[in-house]
Design a protein around this ligand. Structure first.
Ligand code: PRX
Length: 660
């Protein structure tokens, strides 16, 4: 397998990790999950999922649990009809919980808002009526490009209510990234804000929308929420949220849609420059989001206060801020801003303020907290925390232990949850109260889920062995395709182990001696930077689109805080970059990548080199570049067409290194 030396080292570290943390008797006794859940799912998988689907309100019950006859295109809960928004909002009001707070929203500048389920229902109905008045109906695509404000959640639910598909684009993406996503799925409407608060300052957001929409003819209207109050340019497509939505009726009758009715598209990076529009549908997706929220987080809707720190621009925000929690009648915190504004204790201050009991975040943030120091969380009362979660990348045992000790009071179970945009919901994770946790391992597929580690031939490896992670059974929240590209869907996920019919996740993994799964990172050209997926090709295309660049190669190098950092090697065209150390040229390139993709894709380092290491067939040997980027001795160069290239690169580096 194409495992990098970096991954090999990580593996060695993991192998020395043998601590386990059994749940306390007290936790186990009250846990939603009991050991029988595994037995039940094993005994009859489809009956198990049918039972989980009963967590939802169906207007029409399904006649068949799973139809896999058209594999790899699954149909779950065939013939069933439901409304996703009704399941997340209205039914809780109808069951007498209208006064329960659904969302404790905390703005970065310190403003806050408590939104009850009754209020959420009114807001979602008004938004649905407003969208309808703009001509939005079933299966229309709506782009949502917003910061973490309540209206973003209202908008997603309003789309779901109308059967329209949302395509949420992370607010940190550039105008160009937004335009390509709008264009790919022909969005009719864009919902945005004037701006957003970041690190204590208002930043404009609408100008990026203006730029994207100018080149995206499918867009008929732009609905704009006022958040920062900054001045914005205005066109005849633009409509203020407060002018249109606030005056709408707060009553809207939801329509029941087919279980396989499309719910949303979410773009994620693949191994080519073009992001993939991952398609999710309604009944199966909501079933698994709801089931996992209940069992993996041990959610008790009457007493817990839950907080997932993700942004709605990523799948975690979709499944574990909107659909999973709300379908379970959660009370949750939604925070708008950055973790160190106005100080590095902001998260812990919020935990203390609301009595947060379940906290779900990413390893990169935990490592950042570690850097800031354990004395910061120690200043706050975190005794309300009883379950901690981790997602987005492998968590190193050191960060896991720090999290447990300094955030979880040495006792809160940590659920390390492995899943992907494509899987829609959590797939591999310990169940708190049932499984003894291990620092750094996601451990076991959830009841009802089939996952294995296999070798190149698709044969399961023995305990202690490593290979590729595959999913060997269809699951309810699986993607139903890539928007507009059936072939890419088959190629990317179903061809590598086509014979066996396995879904190829793109991750390396290993079994330990007990058969627990340890994730080892991507095995393809996808980087994981602060838990965000960015493809090397995407950054390379951005770089070569700059007039000074002749050629570029990008690698993900291990990074103590962000997991991986983006390191680019570029060959400049004659004459470019001849100023002192090429510093100006490098700055221009970093800014160019931010403009093409977004600041998250800015290379950590750009190295100007005279040549790139290539095989005789012209393939760039990234392994060698990764050695350079990670300051290691360069590995085997015998397959290079010109083995002196690495010497040239090393010599050139002395002058062309840029870091900030
Ligand atoms: O490599 C795995 C890593 O993140 C990838 C999925 O990225 P994305 O679709 O952006 O979704 C992130 C949030 C679900 C996976 O292929 N990944 C995610 N969670 C974990 C992980 N790697 C190790 N351990 C995890 N818990």
């Amino acid at each position: 397998m194409t495992q990098s030396p970096g991954q090999g080292q990580a593996l060695d570290n993991l192998l020395t990790e043998s601590r386990t943390f059994p749940p306390s008797d007290e936790f186990a006794a009250q846990a939603n999950a009991q050991p029988e859940l595994y037995e039940e799912a094993k005994a009859d998988r489809e009956a198990f999922w049918a039972k989980q689907a009963e967590r939802l309100h169906w207007d029409t019950k399904w006649t068949q649990v799973l139809d896999w006859s058209d594999a790899p295109f699954a149909k779950w809960f065939v013939g069933g009809k439901l409304n996703v928004a009704y399941n997340c909002v209205d039914r809780h009001v109808e069951s007498g919980h209208g006064d329960q707070v659904a969302i404790h929203w905390e703005g970065e500048p310190g403003d806050s808002r408590a939104i009850t389920y009754a209020e959420l229902q009114r807001e979602v109905c008004k938004a649905a009526n407003a969208l309808k008045s703009l001509g939005i109906g079933a299966e229309d695509r709506v782009a949502i490009y917003m910061p973490m404000v309540p209206e973003a959640i209202f908008s997603m639910l309003a789309c779901a209510r109308l059967g329209a598909m949302h395509s949420v684009v992370f607010g940190g993406f550039s105008a160009e990234a937004l335009r390509t996503r709008i264009e790919d799925s022909s969005c009719k409407l864009v919902i945005t804000t004037d701006g957003q608060f970041r690190r204590g300052n208002p930043f404009p957001l609408k100008p990026a929308v203006d730029e994207a929409v100018a080149a995206a003819p499918s867009v008929e209207k732009v609905l704009v929420v006022r958040r920062t109050g900054s001045e914005v340019a205005w066109s005849d497509k633009d409509v203020w949220w407060h002018e249109l939505v606030d005056g709408q009726s707060d009553v809207h009758t939801p329509e029941a849609f087919d279980s396989e009715h499309p719910l949303f598209i979410l773009y994620t990076s693949g191994t080519t420059g073009k992001p993939k529009g991952i398609l999710h549908t309604s009944g199966g997706y909501l079933t698994q989001a709801s089931y996992t929220q209940h069992y993996v987080f041990d959610l008790k809707p009457d007493t817990d206060v839950y907080w997932c720190t993700a942004d709605i621009g990523w799948v975690t925000g979709h499944s574990y801020i909107v659909y999973g929690p709300l379908s379970n009648r959660v009370t949750q915190v939604v925070y708008e801003g950055t973790p160190n504004t106005p100080h590095e204790g902001r998260h812990w201050e919020i935990v203390q303020k609301y009595g947060v009991s379940i906290y779900y975040t990413a390893p990169t943030l935990i490592r950042t907290f570690m850097k800031w120091g354990a004395d910061i969380p120690a200043k706050y009362d975190l005794s309300s925390l009883r379950v901690l979660g981790s997602v987005g990348e492998p968590i190193n045992p050191e960060a896991w232990i720090w999290y447990r000790e300094n955030v979880g009071g040495g006792k809160a179970p940590i659920v390390d949850t492995w899943w992907q945009t494509e899987t829609g919901a959590i797939m591999i994770s310990p169940l708190p109260g049932v499984i003894s946790t291990k620092p750094g391992s996601a451990q076991q597929p959830l009841p009802g889920i089939g996952a294995k580690v296999v070798n190149d031939e698709g044969v399961e490896v023995p305990h202690g062995g490593g290979g590729y992670l595959v999913l060997d059974e269809p699951w309810p929240s699986m993607l139903r395709g890539i928007w507009g590209d059936e072939e890419r869907y088959r190629d990317t996920y179903w061809s590598r182990f086509g014979e066996q019919g396995f879904y190829f996740a793109g991750d390396g993994a290993k079994y330990d001696a007990d058969g627990d799964i340890w994730l080892l990172g991507r095995v393809d050209d996808v980087m994981n930077v602060s838990g965000h997926r960015i493809s090397t090709t995407e950054v390379e295309s951005a770089l070569v689109s700059h007039p000074t660049v002749a050629e570029a190669a990008v690698v993900g190098a291990s990074d103590a805080t962000t997991g991986q950092g983006i390191v680019a090697f570029v060959i400049l065209r004659g004459g470019a970059g001849s100023d002192a150390g090429g510093a100006e040229a490098i700055k221009a390139l970093r800014d160019h990548v931010a403009k093409e993709i977004g600041p998250i894709a800015k290379p950590r380092q750009i190295m100007v080199v005279p040549e790139l290491p290539k095989t005789r067939s012209g393939k760039i040997m990234r392994r060698l570049l990764r050695d350079v980027a990670e300051n290691r001795a360069v590995g085997d160069v015998t397959t290079l067409a010109d083995s002196s290239v690495m010497d040239l690169i090393s010599a050139g580096l002395q002058s062309g290194k840029s870091e900030d």
